[in-house]
Design a protein around this ligand. Structure first.
Ligand SMILES: [Zn+2]
Length: 492
C-alpha cells in the first residue's frame, strides 16, 4: 500500500451569545414553542428594515483579533441568494470574498501530542442563521423560524489546509471552542447546535503535490465524532483509491450509531448564489483606534494562560491544562492564589476533592462578589478563602492530611470556617504533653523497651504507635518519634 497524506479544511459555525437576533430585537434562546420568537424583520416581510446588532459585530471583532486576523477598514454585508424553506427572506445576509469579512489572514496556535502547531485561518465572518425544518409526527414537514436571524459567526481555515490528522482536526475544534467560550462569544454547546463544524477531507499519495478530491462531512456533534469521522473518511478514501477507484466530490453525513459516513448528496456544480451587497445595510466601518481598544480589552487567552501557569506557578503541563480548561475554573484558581494559597496545594485541592464534590453535588464553583453564569446550577459554598485555610492547616501541621480531607468536605457542605471545625481536635504539637505521653508509654512497656536497648530498634514503631493510640492519633507523629528515641537513648 502506498503512503497517503491527509488534508482537512474546517468550517465552524458558532451561534453568538447575544440577547437578540442579528437584525431585529427577537430574543435568542434554545428550544421553546416553534415560531414564538419571530417578527416582520426575521420573517422577511415586505417593508421590514434590518438594524445590525452592535454586540454581535463586537463579538466577531474580538474573535478575529484573538485569532490574529487582519481587520479591514470597511466590511460589507452581502446577500447570498437561494431558495429553501428554512430561509424566509429568500436570501441570507452574509459576508463574501477575502477582504470583506470582519477578520482575515489569521491563525490559531494549537497544542497537540506532537507539540504546538499553527493552523491558518482564512476568514472570520458574520452572517445570520436559518430556520429549522421539522418532520411532523403526523406526516409532512413544518418550519420553525425561532433560529432564523440568530447571529452566526463562521470561521474558515486557510487553503491549502494545515490540519493533517484526525487528532489535529479534533484538537483544532476543541481549542477553538475553548477560545470562543473564554471570549464569552459562544456557549460552545455542540449538542444544542450552538457550535457546528464541517470538515472537508481529502487524501493524496505522499509524493503528489496536488490535493485530492474532497468530501464534506456533516452532523458532527462532538469532538469525538470529529475525530472518528475524519479518520473514517481517510480510511474510506484510501480504500477507494487502492482499489483503482476515484473519490467523488460529495457531501456525507455521519451516523453516530454505526460510526460510519453515508452519502447525502453529490456536488455536481457550485451553486450560483448571485452575491451582491445588501442595499438595506451600510458597510461596517472599523476605526483603527476602536480596533486597538478592542485588542487591548481581550482577556488572557487559553494558550497564554497555560504557559504562564507553568512558568509563574511551576505547575506541570497536565495540572496547568486542567486548571485552564475553562475560564471560570482558572479564575477561581487565581483568586485562591491571590488569597495567599500555595499554587501547587490549591491546584491539588481543586483538581482533587473540590472537582469531585462539585460533580457529586451538581454545583458550580463561584467566587464571592464576582458575577458568573452558573447555567442553572446551584453555587457551591466553598470559597477560595476557605480552601486556602484548609491548605494552611495542613501546611503548618495543625491537622494531618487525612483529617484535612474530612474538614474540606465539611467546609464544602456548610461553608463554615475550617479553623473552628478543628478546635479541640487539632494535632498536638505541645512539647511537654508529648514528653509526658512518651515517658508513660516507656514506663508501661518494660519488655519492648529492653528489646530496643539490646539493639533491636525495630520495636520503635510499636512504642510510637502506643503514644498515638493514647492520644487518639492527635499527637504530631514526627515529634513523638524524635522524643521517643531521645528518651530511650538518654536513660539507657
Ligand atoms: Zn425578529
Amino acid at each position: 500500500m502506498s503512503e497517503y497524506r491527509l488534508s482537512v479544511g474546517m468550517e465552524v459555525h458558532a451561534e453568538l451569545r447575544t440577547q437578540s437576533k442579528m437584525f431585529c430585537r427577537c430574543q435568542v434562546a434554545f428550544g421553546g414553542e416553534p415560531n414564538t420568537r419571530v417578527c416582520p424583520v426575521c420573517l422577511g416581510l415586505p417593508g421590514a428594515l434590518p438594524v445590525p446588532n452592535r454586540e454581535a459585530i463586537q463579538m466577531v471583532l474580538r474573535t478575529a483579533l484573538a485569532l490574529n486576523c487582519q481587520v479591514p477598514v470597511d466590511s460589507v454585508f452581502h446577500r447570498k441568494n437561494y431558495f429553501y424553506p428554512d430561509l424566509p427572506k429568500g436570501f441570507q445576509v452574509s459576508q463574501y470574498e477575502e477582504t470583506n469579512p470582519i477578520g482575515y489572514h489569521g491563525h490559531l496556535m494549537i497544542h497537540t501530542s506532537r507539540g504546538p502547531k499553527r493552523i491558518g485561518i482564512k476568514r472570520v465572518h458574520l452572517e445570520e442563521d436559518t430556520g429549522k425544518i421539522l418532520h411532523l409526527p403526523g406526516g409532512g414537514s413544518g418550519v420553525d423560524y425561532n433560529r432564523a436571524g440568530v447571529p452566526l459567526m463562521e470561521i474558515v481555515t486557510d487553503f491549502p489546509p494545515d490540519i493533517e490528522s484526525a487528532e489535529e482536526a479534533r484538537e483544532y475544534v476543541a481549542q477553538l471552542r475553548q477560545l470562543l467560550v473564554y471570549l464569552g462569544v459562544c456557549d460552545g454547546k455542540m449538542e444544542e447546535g450552538s457550535l457546528r463544524c464541517e470538515p472537508n477531507i481529502s487524501v493524496r499519495r505522499a509524493d503528489s503535490e496536488t490535493l485530492g478530491t474532497k468530501t464534506e462531512l456533516k452532523n458532527l456533534s462532538s469532538f469525538r465524532n470529529v475525530f472518528l469521522g475524519t479518520e473514517y473518511e481517510r480510511r474510506r478514501q484510501i480504500a477507494v483509491l487502492e482499489t483503482g477507484g476515484t473519490v467523488a466530490q460529495e457531501t456525507r453525513g455521519w451516523n453516530e450509531a454505526t460510526e460510519s459516513s453515508y452519502l447525502m448528496r453529490t456536488k455536481e456544480s457550485e451553486q450560483e448564489y448571485r452575491y451582491f451587497p445588501c442595499p438595506d445595510l451600510v458597510p461596517l466601518h472599523f476605526d483603527r483606534a476602536d480596533v486597538e481598544a478592542a485588542r487591548a480589552a481581550l482577556p488572557e487567552l487559553p494558550l497564554a494562560k497555560l504557559q504562564r501557569y507553568q512558568d509563574e506557578f511551576n505547575l506541570s503541563p497536565q495540572d496547568a491544562q486542567l486548571l485552564t480548561a475553562e475560564r471560570p475554573w482558572a479564575e477561581w484558581f487565581e483568586a485562591a492564589v491571590a488569597a495567599g494559597g500555595d499554587p501547587k496545594a490549591v491546584c491539588n485541592w481543586m483538581n482533587g476533592d473540590f472537582a469531585r464534590l462539585l460533580k457529586e453535588t451538581g454545583q458550580a464553583a463561584v467566587i464571592p462578589g464576582v458575577e458568573s453564569d452558573t447555567e442553572g446550577r446551584e453555587p457551591a459554598r466553598m470559597t477560595p478563602e476557605i480552601l486556602v485555610k484548609v491548605a494552611k492547616l495542613v501546611a503548618d501541621g495543625t491537622i494531618t492530611g487525612k483529617k484535612a480531607k474530612e474538614v474540606f468536605e465539611k467546609a464544602y457542605m456548610t461553608g463554615d470556617d475550617p479553623a473552628s471545625m478543628v478546635e479541640g481536635q487539632t494535632q498536638i504539637s505541645d512539647t511537654d504533653f508529648i514528653r509526658q505521653a512518651v515517658a508513660d508509654v516507656i514506663a508501661e512497656h518494660p519488655d519492648p523497651v529492653a528489646t530496643y536497648r539490646s539493639g533491636k530498634e525495630g520495636v520503635l514503631g510499636f512504642l510510637v504507635g502506643q503514644v498515638m493510640r493514647r492520644t487518639q492519633g492527635r499527637a504530631n507523629p514526627p515529634m513523638v518519634q524524635e522524643e521517643m528515641r531521645r528518651q530511650l537513648d538518654e536513660t539507657s
